[in-house]
Design a protein around this ligand. Structure first.
Ligand code: AMP
Ligand code: MG
Length: 488
């Protein structure tokens, strides 16, 4: 691997160097060969032979520089003060095969000075959820952390009940969160200039060419965040805990806790069981992204030449960026060009889904069975299921809508619509029940289901033999939602 351990050279107030605290008897959980190749991990025998011990904290290669980062944050809209890596360590920074910086961060590997009341561990349940979700989003081409692999262990961890401890080697282009800047502003404001230079040079070097690099950088963070959240809305992803300490400065999805993928379409859906007010409900995500950036940006007024007005200009394009990208891609999901007729059809379609609590993923995919039934038997079956769920009144709405929609597609190119729709509407997403089945088996020591779900999500846009009906069946419309615990 090409090491690029630069964070360790920043001011010592920003981090604490320490080794991991090993897990008991760490064992193979899963290994992501594609990520390993991208990192150059596979070219190094020492890493390949010792990967389980490295992830279990038993062995630290000489080129690694493990450290815990300090950060702060706003949690559920309230200032939470100092947080920091309480159970994870930045193990190494590298430049990958695409010339991109990547952080290797080992999560669940013991106490740090930032652990507060926690035990420094991560349970197998949340480790598997994070592992599969990062993989799922990456394969759906949504900017997200991923992972090199995870290990299981004999360490017991107390949550609501006793669970198995595990560790995940998370890989992300950056582990700097909005909350890093909030920490500096509160606890070491003299470091803001140096730290901003570091963020620009490491993650946004193209901004150096701009007249005011800081403003170019902040504008780029705003834009990337808006696009990431548009991607979430389009795929039906709810992050669940959009605190400022869980948002990366690179606009890449980070920190998976009580996340979920939309099943029966309900924009006010709250996946996080502990989110009593619905602050992080699916439909609130775009506004929360704006809220987070709005509390974050004013810290930069400490820098010379940065004023409230110039910061307002950085934030102003957020909504338009989000809308433009969201609407364009929403039209693509229907195989239509981005124009007002397409958008009108798209919003009517979403209303039909919402009014009838139809499955978000299956319904979009089912449209291929409408416009090209002969070539798409799987999607034709999805369509039959969809129509069977509609009552008489909804059938009439559907008939009217589908006639207009089909005419619109046929007036353009059916062939290109099919191509676009196949690339924009996955067959498989990580439904909570899928993750749960993989977890239940893994807790009994059986990892085959983790492996199968991993393989399935490696090609989410293709119909696969290894799928079962359970992978594509939503809960019944009136089933009480299973709570997703915040504990991890
Ligand atoms: P999260 O809700 O996972 O984003 O974590 C919020 C903060 O709590 C971060 O500073 C975490 O490092 C810390 N934290 C969460 N769980 C633990 C744990 N089991 N032990 C120590 N710190 C934790
Ligand atoms: Mg977090």
């Amino acid at each position: 691997m090409r090491y690029n351990n630069t964070y360790v050279n920043l001011d010592t107030r920003l981090h604490h160097e320490q080794p991991p605290t090993p897990l008991e008897n760490p064992r193979y959980g899963h290994f992501n060969t594609q990520v390993a190749q991208q990192l150059g991990w596979t070219d190094d025998n020492e890493l390949m032979e010792n990967w389980v011990d490295i992830l279990g904290g038993l062995y630290v290669p000489a080129s690694f520089k493990p450290l815990a980062m300090a950060y702060a944050g706003h949690q559920f809209g309230q200032w939470a003060g100092q947080l920091g890596d309480g159970r994870g360590l930045l193990m190494a920074q590298v430049i990958d095969n695409n010339e991109q910086p990547q952080d290797l961060h080992l999560k669940g590997i013991g106490l740090t000075p930032y652990s507060r009341m926690g035990d420094g561990r991560a349970v197998l349940r949340s480790t598997i959820r994070e592992y599969l979700c990062g993989h799922a989003l990456n394969q759906l081409s949504i900017p997200s952390s991923n992972a090199l692999g995870f290990v299981v262990s004999d360490t017991r961890v107390r949550r609501e009940s006793m669970e198995s401890g595990a560790a995940l080697m998370r890989v992300a282009d950056s582990h700097i969160r909005l909350g890093h800047v909030e920490w500096i502003a509160s606890f070491a404001p003299d470091l803001l200039g140096e730290f901003t230079d570091y963020m620009i040079d490491t993650y946004y070097p193209e901004c150096r060419d701009s007249d005011v690099p800081v403003l170019a950088f902040l504008t780029a963070v705003v834009e990337r965040t808006a696009r990431m959240i548009a991607d979430w809305q389009l795929i039906g992803f709810a992050h669940g805990v959009m605190n400022t300490d869980n948002l990366s400065i690179t606009g890449s999805t980070l920190d998976f806790g009580p996340f979920g993928f939309m099943e029966r379409f309900n924009p006010s859906w709250i996946n996080n069981h502990s989110d009593y007010t619905g602050r992080y409900a699916y439909q609130n995500q775009p506004a929360i992204g704006h809220w987070n950036l709005n509390v974050w940006l004013p810290h930069f007024m400490r820098l010379e030449g940065i004023t409230r007005d110039t910061l307002a200009e950085c934030l102003a394009p957020y909504e338009a960026t989000f809308m433009q990208y969201y609407q364009q891609e929403l039209c693509q999901k229907l195989g239509l060009p981005h124009q007002s007729e397409s958008l009108a059809l798209a919003f009517e379609w979403l209303t039909l889904l919402e009014d009838n609590l139809l499955d978000y993923t299956n319904s979009f995919r089912a449209l291929l069975g409408l416009i090209s039934p002969d070539e798409h038997p799987y999607e034709r079956q999805l369509l039959t299921t969809l129509i069977a769920e509609l009552d008489e009144e909804a059938q009439t709405v559907w008939q009217d809508w589908s006639t207009r929609y089909t005419a619109q597609v046929q007036s353009l190119s059916v062939e290109s619509a099919i191509e676009t729709m196949k690339n924009h509407n996955p067959v498989y997403v990580l439904r909570n029940s899928m993750a749960q089945r993989a977890i239940t088996a893994a807790e009994q020591g059986q990892l085959e289901e983790v492996n199968r779900v991993f393989e399935l999500l490696a090609n989410p846009f293709s119909i696969q033999d290894i799928a079962t009906d359970l992978d594509t069946t939503p809960p019944s419309p009136n089933a009480p939602q299973k709570p997703i615990s915040c504990s991890s």
